[in-house]
Design a protein around this ligand. Structure first.
Ligand code: XIL
Length: 702
């Protein structure tokens, strides 16, 4: 799918030449190329649940779920407390979904997906093409064209039903034979369609949902030297070489008491080196020895592209191997010793004295070693890592342009906001065909936002001309407000009174000219969206180039606003639309975590946000909710009042917990002020009818 290309260079009538890119190809499932690994930052806060702890390194920790058990309160209490991903144990298998030809039954799987979504858990789809749990009508097909049509229809219909809800699919499960042959196992698919059925299935799946991760899943492929492992490895390498779509390999990890083979980590990293994610998809270990579990988790933690772990059930009594007690919770729902070793291996708290009872929730929670004074009574989970999936509800459009005799405004954009002295103070870009300026408004309550007076900042010393994309904060060391914005350079004005729109100084530049590294990488892009954040020693200035690069410069707190040198590429993506502009970096309150969000353009041409976390502002950044199918904020994970007034979730700012240069945000119930627009609007980019609305997080668990 290619939308019309509307890119334009800066011209005499477009001196502000900003953000004119609408065109895009399909977003490749590219991971953001950032230096460093996906391991937890050394100073990351320790969490007290598996999901929250895994999220600190950008991973998920999931479980298989049975729809029939969701009504069991012990079961669902553990499920929703501990896990941030789920896999339907049987409900997405062919014999449930399409028991008779052409008649699809999504009910049981929908139940699981609905529950998971409302709890902010991601869903792995399991499984589309498998020789087992396959209805006999499929097994008895002997005609290749018929079977191909049936298989493609099953894949397409199922994937379509769960588009945007399932982030990864086990497209083909267990296609290889055990033992030394290295061959595919016999199955109706193999026997009737031949070797090509796997490739066919992956191509069909990609066509159905270009955003979902497509995995091959199998067991007994954990030991590197096994013939079966080698055979799957050759297949993945061949797929990658020939461009057959495959994004991930699932290692079931159904282990005996000995746990994983010694080579497991090698296997994971060798597969990852082919350019696929790897995941542990069905972990259970006979008798659940603590060391075996810890070794398995460590193997994943040591491989940056090992993106998540799923255990195959919650309590021993839920297991398909119940006789072997292979899971992390006993029949009563109590944590077993293996639970603690897993949490520790994920980087979490050490074992608490007693096994926590499921009813006690955070009752056994250890306190954070890094908890702020005064927050000691709070369990860590309430101030710990952000979840790895988000859902939001949006307000309607709260603020619209207010043109006056000398300001003919089409769009109100790029808001910056602080709550200070009992008021929200909003700064925004105003856009029209003749260019960009800045406006200020304040109000006590969101219900008053629409009626607030718009003060155009070009009336004071800040002046007329190209000024856009403001960011406001109080720089405590100087007891001064700063307004940072773009002018073609990165500029700022200062003011001692945020509520005085005429008090802003004339623009000054952070840089004498565009830093070399930006000049060398910007291509046909534009230098936009400057963003300042400081920690206790340094300030950092971020900017984007609409060409797939996020830049970062640094100065000391004492030197600020001077001394921004050493500009580096903080993050980049070969697909510029996946790392486009409007980056924000925040400190997450009560944690050592920083959040990065960057605006991307989706495969539907709509704006949305991806997110990463890091233990320091200088990175490295590990993905949090960073894909089209698991976005930070996108129309797809947002509910709107009475019909969506926008399909774009574009440039904005989080509502902060404070207002100073640390840009601290709460870890719970996030709110994000953003720009959106009538989905039907088209034409000149600068004349689009952008309005401001407010997102409120709906899946916060604290
Ligand atoms: C198992 C389920 O856990 C059981 O409830 C069911 O009776 C059989 O299937 N490999 C897989 C999983 O890919 O789908 C299997 O799940 C376990 C082995």
């Amino acid at each position: 799918m290619n939308l019309p290309h509307r890119r334009g260079r800066r011209g005499p009538h477009d001196p502000r030449g900003r953000r004119r890119v609408w065109a895009l190809g399909l977003l490749a499932a590219t991971a953001m190329a950032v230096p460093g690994t996906a391991n937890a930052a050394p100073d990351a806060t320790r969490a007290t649940t598996l999901g929250a702890q895994a999220a600190q390194s950008g991973r998920y920790f999931g479980t298989a779920v049975a729809a029939g058990k969701l009504g069991d309160t012990t079961y669902s209490a553990i499920l929703n407390r501990e896990f941030n991903a789920v896999t339907p144990e049987n409900e997405m298998k062919w014999d449930t979904i399409e028991r008779s030809r052409g008649s699809f039954n999504f009910g049981p799987a929908d139940q699981i997906v609905g529950q998971a979504t409302s709890h902010g858990q991601r869903v792995r789809g399991h499984t589309l093409v498998w020789h087992s749990q396959l209805p006999s009508w499929v097994g008895s097909i002997t005609d290749a064209n018929t079977l191909r049509g049936v298989m493609n229809n099953h894949i397409t219909t199922t994937i379509n039903h769960y588009k945007g809800k399932v982030f990864a699919w086990d497209v083909v499960n267990e296609a290889f034979a055990d033992g030394g042959s290295g061959q595919h196992r016999p199955s109706v698919f193999q026997n009737v369609l031949g070797d090509g059925f796997i490739e066919q299935a992956f191509r069909t799946a990609r066509a159905a949902d270009p955003s979902a991760k497509l995995c091959y899943n199998d067991y007994n492929i954990e030991n590197w030297s096994d013939a079966k492992t080698q055979a799957v490895y050759r297949m993945v390498r061949d797929f990658k070489t020939r461009g057959v779509p495959i994004d991930c390999v699932g290692f079931q990890a159904h282990f005996g008491t000995g746990g994983p083979p010694a080579s497991f980590q090698t296997t994971l990293s060798n597969f990852a080196a082919l350019g696929v994610d790897v995941q542990i998809t069905e972990l259970d270990i006979a008798q659940a020895p603590t060391t075996a579990y810890a070794n398995t988790v460590r193997a994943c933690m040591n491989v940056p592209r090992c993106t998540g772990i799923t255990v195959w059930g919650i309590r021993d009594s839920d297991s398909w191997r119940a006789g072997e007690n292979p899971l992390l919770f006993d029949r009563g729902g109590n944590k077993k010793p293996a639970y603690q070793s897993v949490l520790t291996a994920l980087g979490g708290t050490a074992a608490t004295a007693a096994h926590g009872s499921p009813a006690s929730r955070a009752g056994t929670a250890k306190r954070s070693p890094t908890a702020l004074p005064g927050s000691a009574a709070r369990p860590v989970t309430s101030a710990a890592a952000l979840p790895s999936a988000f859902s939001w509800s949006s307000s309607g459009a709260l603020m619209s342009p207010k043109p006056d005799a000398t300001h003919n405004i089409a769009g109100l954009k790029d808001p910056s906001v602080v709550y200070y002295n009992g008021k929200y103070h909003v700064f925004a870009s105003v856009a029209s065909s003749s260019g960009y300026g800045l406006v200020y408004l304040s109000f006590t309550d969101w219900s008053q936002a629409g009626s607030a007076t718009h003060h155009y900042l070009d009336r004071g010393a800040l002046g007329t001309g190209y000024r856009a994309a403001p960011q406001v904060f109080y720089f405590a060391p100087q007891k001064t407000w700063y307004l940072v914005y773009q002018t073609g350079n990165a500029s700022y004005s200062t003011n001692t009174d945020i509520s005085n729109p005429n008090g802003w100084s004339a623009p000054r530049n952070f840089y004498s000219s565009m830093p070399d590294i930006i000049r060398q990488n910007i291509g046909n892009g534009y230098w936009v969206d400057m963003w300042v954040i400081c920690d206790s020693a340094n300030c950092y200035l971020f900017s984007s180039d609409d060409n797939g690069h996020l830049y970062r410069s640094q100065t000391s707190l004492a030197q600020f606003p001077n001394g921004f040198t050493n500009t580096v590429i903080a993050a980049q993506d070969a697909n510029k639309y996946a790392l486009f502009e409007a980056s924000n970096v925040y400190k997450v309150q009560g944690t050592n975590q920083y959040l990065l969000i960057v605006e991307a353009i989706g495969s539907d041409g709509r704006r949305y946000f991806r997110s990463w976390t890091s233990g320091s502002i200088a990175g490295s950044w590990t993905p949090l909710a960073a894909s089209e199918s698991n976005p930070f904020a996108r129309a797809a994970n947002t509910t709107f009042p009475s019909g969506a007034w926008t399909k774009d979730i574009s440039h904005g700012e989080m509502i902060r917990a404070g207002y100073d240069q640390t840009l601290t945000i709460p870890s719970c119930k996030l709110q994000y002020l953003y720009q959106g627009k009538d989905p039907a609007a088209s034409g000149d980019y600068n004349s689009l009818p952008w309005r401001l609305g407010l997102l409120t997080q709906t899946n916060s668990t604290c």
